[in-house]
Write a protein of this length. Sequence first.
Length: 320
Amino acid sequence: MADEVLLGEITCPSGTLVLLDGGYLGLWSGERAGGRAVDFEVHGPDAVPAARTFDRGPGLALYDVPAHWAPGFAAMFRRHCAERGLDATLTAHPRQIPHRDRARRAIAAGRPDFPMMGVPVVPVGAVPPDRPLPVTATPAEYGWLDIVITLSDHTPVARRSHGAIGVDNARLACADADALSAWVHDDPLDGRADLVVRGPDGSRAAPDAAALPGDGGQGWLDLPFDQAVSRALDLEDYAEHHPDRRFAVDLRPHSHQWQLMSRVRASPVEAATLDVGGATMLVAMTTTDDGMLPVELATDASGAPVEIRVRIRPADRPLS
């Protein structure tokens, strides 16, 4: 087997690590709660079988029900219980449960994952808070076979399945659950943005743009944000009036997302770290099709976590 490759080192001062699709980091809520959905909890003597047979969420928590559908959802649950003779009720939380708290609730309940707008996120508790944790990958012919986070040098004596990460954007994020409260996904931290134009007709749509070899297109770097938005709108107008021209426009505000993905794109192993909220996080391209990435947790003789392994099916393309 090929030698493992070091992708970077992360830190987890809160002791709670979350593994999720890096493209969905903008959805993460730390202390704040969402406002357009409702979270429910199942109660009663038959709460467990009622929740299991209703099959709309992890355990007794039913998250992210659209607000306009919440009354009908509750009525559906009542009918479900009545038809099966189950004694259980559904109670709406006064506000949505932030994802940071969902991670802790999942760990306390022994659940391996929880949904973030329907996409599974895997939390891991009892992670060492006081030292860097190496993240390595096992190379395949194209891409990775596994991504591994080493938590301890203790000998693993048991391995078990620990849920699966839903990935739609071909990237894996490993981050401290508390530190992610400081993540800024879309807003420019310095008031500036890059604008990238790609596609066979990109040079016709933006003839005055500079070539950006690393991005495979052309565009403008480090523009004032308002100017970047204005040019992006002009290009959208151009596309509307020239439907036969093939190009795409990518507006990149100088956010944490931009900082991290700029480093990922420049990395020979398509992975990079960034300090956010007092912790170091990592994003790695998975080099695989979208879908579910199974997670395994190895523990030592005392039951403490030793290693987190994310199983990946390699894609039929080389790393860039």
